[in-house]
Design a protein around this ligand. Structure first.
Ligand code: GTP
Ligand code: MG
Length: 415
């Protein structure tokens, strides 16, 4: 059962895509297949002026492909672009094998990886909405062809392929998602009231977000050399060099040509990012295509409407950085390796300094009987200096505070 499915990849290279970009996109498709537990046994590509409207690749290529499918005992053929419903139908007729496209492959991976209830519901909804116009008249090509990549729903479930059932299921999911969203909103408001500094890790898939998240928070999260290892945002405490604690959130990785259905579905998974006071953008400096990865992330952040939130760049994997790697100067940046303890220390300092730029400096004298206020300053502000003045019987405190913080007003009387 655990045997890897045999996969043939098919890609079209259009005139505006140069060889290098095309190569990377096919490589990425292969990594996605690996993540989905498939094995690429052959790659078929074609240079074309435009995608063939009926069959994606040309007639001759389809015949060649049909032949290969037979000869190589292929389980599934995966296309590098989104197939239209009619392309999907035509190709299904000519190839006697399950066929899926890049979008379905990504959805399939998301389905295997989603862990929270909300994540699972969102993936299933996106899968069903994608499938609906692609079911042929009588319906059930997917179920006829059995399980495997592209037919799996979240968890152990198999995707519904009966049109009437799909409609019903879509409505059920929408109702449940509404309830989950309300719950999440209540939780978020509570958190906001507490005025905790919130930091979000974002970045291209496989950049090292979860690795850093684990190293920075001493938490056990899912870290693997697979694409989309993390689907649901995780939030944990991070303690900075001054002792100040903030909240750090790990998020789902971004990817190029993320299908629009998915952007919508995952927007709420990324809602956490909207609440952030600071965004840490993690970039894999060892990936030859890192520059385009960065641009992809910027574009998606724009779509999410978070361009007002301060952002800094963390170039990760310094230990294996690509020979052509040059950090961009678009934001403040630091170059590190998540595996290097000294780098992690530098990173904590860098994060704290960045946070301080958003805060205001305070210098107050607190009476010694105000123990509670002192404890709050320690926990909720960046307290840089603290000493007891024998003469005045006061604690001299210097530090940085968020101007929005409720303590900020209270401090005025102790200046
Ligand atoms: N050499 C090297 N490898 C690293 C470094 N940081 C992370 N990795 C590896 O990169 C791979 C991906 O790391 P993850 O932390 O899972 O990446 P991610 O960004 O969370 O990925 P998604 O959740 O899929 O978006 C793992 O194999 C890590 O061990 C680093 O500094 N150097
Ligand atoms: Mg991750």
């Amino acid at each position: 059962m655990n045997e890897r499915e045999k996969v043939i990849l098919v890609g079209c290279q259009l005139p505006h895509i140069d060889d290098e970009r095309f190569f990377y996109s096919m490589e990425e498709l292969a990594s996605l297949v690996h993540t989905a537990n498939g094995e690429v046994i052959m790659t078929v590509t074609q240079k074309r002026e435009a995608i063939h409207p009926a069959t994606y690749i040309g007639k001759g290529k389809v015949e060649e492909l049909a032949h290969l499918v037979e000869q190589l005992e292929t389980d599934v053929v995966i296309f590098n672009d989104e197939l239209s419903p009619s392309q999907n139908r035509n190709l299904s007729r000519q190839l006697s094998v399950r066929i899926i496209d890049r979008t379905q492959l990504i959805l399939d991976i998301f389905a295997q990886r989603a862990r929270s209830k909300e994540g699972k519901l969102q993936v299933e909804l996106a899968q069903l909405q994608y499938l609906l116009p692609r079911l042929s008249g009588q319906g059930t090509e997917l179920s006829r062809l059995g399980g495997g990549i592209g037919t799996r729903g979240p968890g152990e479930t198999k995707l519904e392929t009966d049109r009437r059932h799909i409609y019903r299921r879509i409505n059920e999911i929408k109702t449940q998602l509404k309830m989950v969203a309300e719950h999440r909103e209540r939780y978020r408001e509570r958190r906001k009231k507490n005025r905790v500094f919130q930091i979000s890790l974002v970045g291209y898939t496989n950049a090292g977000k979860s690795t850093l998240f684990n190293r920075l928070t001493d938490a056990d999260s899912f870290e693997e050399n697979l694409l989309f290892a993390t689907l649901d945002p995780l939030t944990r405490k991070i303690t900075l060099p001054s002792g100040y604690t903030a909240l750090l959130t790990d998020t789902v990785g971004f990817i190029q040509d993320l299908p629009t259905t998915l952007v919508a579905a995952f927007r709420s998974t990324l809602e956490e990012v909207k609440e952030a006071d600071l965004i840490l953008h993690i970039v894999d400096s060892s990936n030859p295509d890192y520059y385009n990865h960065e641009q992809t992330v910027y574009e998606l952040l724009d779509e999410l409407g978070v361009s007002a939130i301060p952002i800094v760049t963390i170039y990760n994997k310094r230990d294996i950085a690509h020979r052509n790697f040059v950090p961009s100067t678009k934001t403040d940046a630091i170059i590190i390796s998540a595996f290097d303890a000294h780098d992690l220390h530098r990173l904590r300092q860098f994060i704290e300094e960045t946070m301080m730029k958003q805060m205001v400096h305070y210098h107050v004298s607190i009476p010694s009987n105000e123990g509670r206020l002192l404890a709050q300053l320690k926990a909720e502000t960046i307290l840089r200096e603290l000493h007891y003045n024998e003469e005045s019987g006061m604690y001299e405190c210097k530090g940085y505070i968020m101007p929005k913080h409720p303590l900020y007003g209270q401090l005025q009387q102790y200046q």
